[in-house]
Design a binder for this molecule. Structure first.
Ligand SMILES: *[C@@H]1O[C@H](CO)[C@@H](O)[C@H](O)[C@H]1NC(C)=O
Ligand SMILES: *[C@@H]1O[C@H](CO)[C@@H](O)[C@H](O)[C@H]1NC(C)=O
Ligand SMILES: *[C@@H]1O[C@H](CO)[C@@H](O)[C@H](O)[C@H]1NC(C)=O
Ligand SMILES: *[C@@H]1O[C@H](CO)[C@@H](O)[C@H](O)[C@H]1NC(C)=O
Ligand SMILES: *[C@@H]1O[C@H](CO)[C@@H](O)[C@H](O)[C@H]1NC(C)=O
Ligand SMILES: *[C@@H]1O[C@H](CO)[C@@H](O)[C@H](O)[C@H]1NC(C)=O
Ligand SMILES: *[C@@H]1O[C@H](CO)[C@@H](O)[C@H](O)[C@H]1NC(C)=O
Ligand SMILES: [Fe+2]
Length: 581
């Protein structure tokens, strides 16, 4: 057997077979012994060009074998899923009478009646069908299902745009200027101006909005103004006529949806991809961290080729549904990745939220922050597991510093892999725990809060979240029909069909769910009793959390976590334990 074939077998064994008793290198002789196999892997698992933008992508015989294995696993999972989507799409497409022509805004709700039940068994997020036009619905989405574009403006900021005193006072119901809100640390901002100058698809339109949100006297997080940045660059506020303001919120949503989806590729898939490639080339398959990453990166390399062929290629999802072409969207992802979104440590859960002033900010605390509140439950549980796992192999910080494979991972990531902002070395148990926790967080809480089941249930629901406008951005206020700007029937159904392919209804209550992140017989086989206990505790904590999420209802004010919708995307019995497209 030549060495490259046996290395493929070894690598795939690491992937499918489990290795009994993971170990870190036990002294120089052991390191040399392990080094032989690692060198064989290095010779066959190479860095190749990006496939769908972003960082480098596997190549070489071992790289290609691993990609093929991931694609195989991914197809096993998505094939039955795609059949459900096909059934739902067929049913929805043959129910056209039900939609009454979609010529009013409200008729878009008919798209949900008795439809999409296979792909979205529980239907859209509770509250959506009744409360979708509320301002609080729109603003609280920024703190729940689309929590990565908004930030608090630091008190010393220059205001990105002006809104006059009388308008701000009317909107806020108190004598307030924008400057005063800023000084009080109660002004928030989301900026999608970067979307203005990318290649456009035909007959679909979008603004490139930036927007202010504010914290009211009662502590509610509400929208203040939306500026379009195209055409006559209108600034809309909640005191505009209903139709104008509703369209403004939709225009912002179009941009925010494009951002969330392109951002998630750079911020989750691509960051983990490059970290895992560096690990494959430096850690023995006997190494506990290899085994852990192998578990967390299930199907990972399948996503870039799939994104290219299903989202970016000419004539596929972006070209058909979005205002920016597939090529433009792919380049946008790459630009985001290299602009900062691809930074590893900068994206740590609390580091990121703190940098954006959403926690421990320079101003009053957000009264409700569904993404943070609920992601932190999962994040804490992940960290607790990781600490036990790391401690079971490294008795001290010195042991961490003394593991040549682990240190080689950091060197490799910062060297030939060109990962961004990855730890340059691992000095302590805590530092290693943080890095591993972050990877698990990216593949679960971050990804599924913006993608997966979240799209069909809230983030891509109609009429408020079309992928594009179907008329040019207005140059004056006073529109009479919002529906004219919305996707016509075929485009609406195409949007749901694509979003359906991201949903994972078959994972609910299965061992593919987030609760089972560490509870894999193959993975646990090589760990010690403490780690197995910690995995069981993690699963129990997730079951408990899921019960809380499932029992969530509206309070007397018709709110849940301060929002007029119930956000359940992070139910760990429904969300997967790893990335999905
Ligand atoms: C692995 O390759 C490196 C770089 O070529 C070399 O320095 C090292 O001695 C090799 N290790 C073993 C165990 O062959
Ligand atoms: C990347 O950063 C530059 C400079 O700040 C900015 O002009 C550009 O719009 C950013 N690109 C994206 C995709 O955000
Ligand atoms: C895709 O479209 C772009 C822009 O229209 C064009 O430059 C490119 O050649 C097309 N690619 C293929 C493979 O057809
Ligand atoms: C998963 O199981 C729980 C508890 O048995 C149940 O309430 C829930 O509806 C199930 N979820 C799905 C999607 O079947
Ligand atoms: C656990 O390891 C043992 C010993 O190598 C092996 O025989 C067994 O198949 C493994 N079990 C799993 C579930 O991987
Ligand atoms: C939101 O919708 C739910 C369900 O329709 C309703 O019970 C609740 O009162 C609504 N909340 C608000 C603030 O309107
Ligand atoms: C989710 O966040 C809300 C606070 O808005 C809290 O009441 C609830 O307990 C959290 N759920 C869990 C399980 O942490
Ligand atoms: Fe994804």
């Amino acid at each position: 057997m030549n060495s490259s074939v046996s290395a493929i077998i070894l690598l795939l064994c690491g992937i499918f077979g489990g290795v009994w008793g993971y170990t870190i290198p036990q002294g120089p002789a052991d390191a040399v012994r392990r080094g032989v196999a690692i060198n064989t892997t290095r010779a066959g698992f190479l860095y190749g060009p990006a496939v769908a933008g972003g960082p480098l992508y596997p190549s070489g015989p071992l790289g290609k074998a691993k990609v093929a294995a991931d694609i195989g696993n991914e197809q096993l999972e998505t094939t039955p899923n795609s059949l459900l989507v096909a059934e739902d799409t067929a049913r929805a497409s043959s129910s056209t009478e039900q939609y009454q022509g979609l010529d009013t805004f409200e008729e878009y709700l008919l798209l949900y009646q008795g439809q999409w039940a296979k792909t979205l068994p529980k239907g859209p997020a509770p509250g959506l069908l009744t409360n979708y036009t509320q301002d609080l619905f729109f603003s609280m989405e920024r703190l729940a299902n689309s929590a990565f574009s908004v930030r608090r403006l630091p008190r010393s900021s220059e205001l990105p745009f002006q809104v006059d005193y009388s308008t701000v006072s009317k909107v806020t119901g108190s004598s307030l200027s924008l400057q005063k809100l800023l000084q009080d640390g109660r002004l928030f901002y989301a900026d999608h101006r970067a979307q203005a100058s990318w290649p456009r698809t035909t007959n679909k339109f979008a603004a490139a909005c930036d927007a202010y949100f504010y914290m009211s006297k009662r502590g509610q997080f509400l929208p203040l103004a939306i500026r379009t940045n195209v055409g006559s660059n209108l600034i809309y506020t909640p005191i505009d006529e209903d139709a104008d303001w509703t369209l403004a919120k939709i225009m912002f949503n179009v941009n925010d949806f494009f951002f969330a989806q392109t951002w998630h590729l750079a911020a989750t898939h691509e960051i983990v991809q490059i970290a895992w490639m560096a690990a494959i080339r430096t850690l023995s398959i006997e190494h506990p961290i290899y085994a852990l990453l192998d578990r967390l990166t299930y199907q990972l390399f399948a996503i870039q080729p799939l994104a290219q062929s299903f989202l970016f290629d000419n004539g596929t999802a972006f070209d058909t549904l979005f205002p920016i072409t597939g090529t433009g969207a792919r380049d946008f992802v790459t630009e985001l990745y290299f602009n900062g979104t691809g930074s590893f440590k900068e994206g740590y859960f609390e580091t990121d939220l703190q940098k954006r002033g959403l926690i421990n900010g320079d101003g009053p605390k957000l009264k409700h922050f569904p993404y943070y509140e609920n992601a932190s439950t999962i994040h804490k549980a992940i960290r607790s597991f990781m600490r036990t796992f790391v401690r079971s192999f490294y008795k001290s910080d010195r042991a961490v510093r003394g593991d040549p494979e682990l240190q080689a991972w950091a060197t490799e990531a910062n060297g030939p892999a060109k990962a961004i902002d990855f730890p340059s070395k691992f000095d302590s148990v805590d530092e290693l725990t943080d890095a591993l926790t972050h990877i698990a967080h990216l593949v679960s809480t971050v990804h599924h809060s913006v993608n997966t089941n979240n799209l069909l249930s809230i983030s891509a629901t109609l009429p408020m979240h079309p992928a594009s406008l179907y008329r040019p951005v207005p140059t004056t206020k006073g529109i009479t029909s919002v529906a004219q700007y919305l996707p016509p029937l075929q485009a609406a159904l195409a949007q749901f069909q694509v979003d359906g392919l991201f949903a994972r209804p078959l994972i609910a209550n299965s061992t593919r769910s987030l609760s089972y992140m560490f509870d894999s017989p193959t993975f646990l086989n090589g760990t010690n009793r403490e780690t197995r206990t910690a995995a069981a505790e993690f699963k129990e904590a997730m079951f408990t959390f899921s019960k809380q999420i499932r029992s969530r209802t509206f309070n007397r004010d018709g709110l849940s976590q301060g929002a007029p919708f119930i956000w359940r995307a992070l139910d760990p019995t429904e969300a997967p334990f790893s990335l999905t497209i």
